[in-house]
Design a binder for this molecule. Sequence first.
Ligand SMILES: *[C@@H]1O[C@H](CO)[C@@H](O)[C@H](O)[C@H]1NC(C)=O
Ligand SMILES: *[C@@H]1O[C@H](CO)[C@@H](O)[C@H](O)[C@H]1NC(C)=O
Ligand SMILES: *[C@@H]1O[C@H](CO)[C@@H](O)[C@H](O)[C@H]1NC(C)=O
Ligand SMILES: *[C@@H]1O[C@H](CO)[C@@H](O)[C@H](O)[C@H]1NC(C)=O
Length: 483
Amino acid sequence: MGLFARKTNRNPTSVPLFGVLLVVLLLTAIFLFEVDTLATQTKTIVGYNLKPTPWHEFPAKKFNNETKIARASKIFQCSYLSCGRSSNEPTPFSNQNENCPAFFRWIHHDLQPWSKSRISYADLMEVKKFASFRVVIIRGKLYVEYYYDCVQSRAMFTIWGLLQLLKRYPGRIPDVDFMFDCMDKPLIQKDESTKPLPIFRYCTTPDHYDIPFPDWSFWGWSEINIAPWQEEFKSIKEGSQRLSWKKKHPYAFWKGNPDVFSPAREALLMCNDTKEWGALIMRQNWTQEVLGGFKQSKLANQCNHRYKIYAEGYAWSVSLKYILSCGCVPLIINPKYDDFFSRGLFPKKDYLPISPDNICPSIKTAVHWGNKHPARAEAIGKSVQDFMERLNIDRIYDYMYHLIVEYAKLLDFKPTRPLSALEECVESLYCFADENQTRFLKRSATLPSQSPPCNLPQQANRQFIFHFTVINGYPHHQMLQDQ
Ligand SMILES: *[C@@H]1O[C@H](CO)[C@@H](O)[C@H](O)[C@H]1NC(C)=O
Ligand SMILES: *[C@@H]1O[C@H](CO)[C@@H](O)[C@H](O)[C@H]1NC(C)=O
Ligand SMILES: *[C@@H]1O[C@H](CO)[C@@H](O)[C@H](O)[C@H]1NC(C)=O
Ligand SMILES: *[C@@H]1O[C@H](CO)[C@@H](O)[C@H](O)[C@H]1NC(C)=O
């Protein structure tokens, strides 16, 4: 008021006081209206103003624990006022680089459909209808356009992973534009009549063009208390060493949610007999776990059996990496879906395949074989645990790095910031995150890397690209007799 008062003093015959007040009121009203419009239209990383993906429905998030004003100011502040300047200067490397794990070759395989035709802007606009969001990186800044909400905090942790990648290799991530879907089923089927369209997701199959990308849980899964990968792996490995191989229960163990329309999981319930089938099958009740502080679901306490069963859920399941880390023999029931890393696994070396048509007898055969050949069974458990140990968080960033670099080479247009995309940065995520999410984000924050990314193997070689479900067709009992 002092300012206006002084002005009127200097020029007493000008606008009367109530006129000034009117203008101030009007401006305030316009401002509030604009903020409200922004708040009801701005799509955000936590799901404000977004509907669940129509290709996989889930209950829409409710934000009715907040007042309208609190919500508006949060959206305004987090979406528009959080991101400032940030450096994109490359930091020098002080270490040598290593070779990437051999399965990184799959990057070439996954991008091969566009190696000649390349990726056009029109391709992206066409595949947009299957995307939950679009990521555009320009000179080290990350912009996201949101189309649909993702379950739980998948979007937040996926974007967080990308922000950490930018932090890890400043100045080295090329400008890029890609679509991302955060649900569990690949959608772009390979057949003669469909044109390949590129979309990133957490999994793929040999029959889909979908490009697999590391899933959100490598940075933590706050809803069910699974720690960022480097911590979770360490704790599982320690847990797995509590009992020697001899002392581990000589049967197979599975714990999960069987009520997800998964034929394999339903069939598993029939094998729950350690004497007859060599299997113990337990129900995981997540509602109860959340209420009870996750005492029964700690993954590190679930490595006390010599065999651990993996059964896909409704589709791809995030649980594979935790099962493989246990140092037990993984018994894998004919998987349809691949993680980016699961294509580096080999039957008999890293796991034993279980026939989908004959689940209980097949488990029994595997358990029987392993108990007769304890040294070989233990070696399988060790081999796959070592594989997962080599897949440390540095390698996860390297996979993202190489995939994005190779993908960006295929774009036949120059990425630009879309008008409706919002910048996301570390601060905007902290701004939106609830207390539990913040804790997980902080724990998985990274620093610029001292080492360059690992060396990407050259072109895919045909022999290597031999999908493990193909090998799975091999009759199980025959395979074990071969040994
Ligand atoms: C399987 O059997 C064990 C003990 O025999 C039991 O505790 C468990 O609840 C059973 N699992 C299911 C899914 O019924
Ligand atoms: C899971 O636990 C909750 C809380 O204890 C209970 O209400 C619910 O019925 C349980 N669900 C199943 C499938 O057992
Ligand atoms: C309201 O609930 C949502 C999730 O349903 C949560 O993310 C948010 O932090 C909550 N807000 C407040 C103010 O408690
Ligand atoms: C955070 O986690 C605790 C323990 O699991 C839970 O009781 C609490 O409701 C969570 N807070 C939010 C905001 O989700």
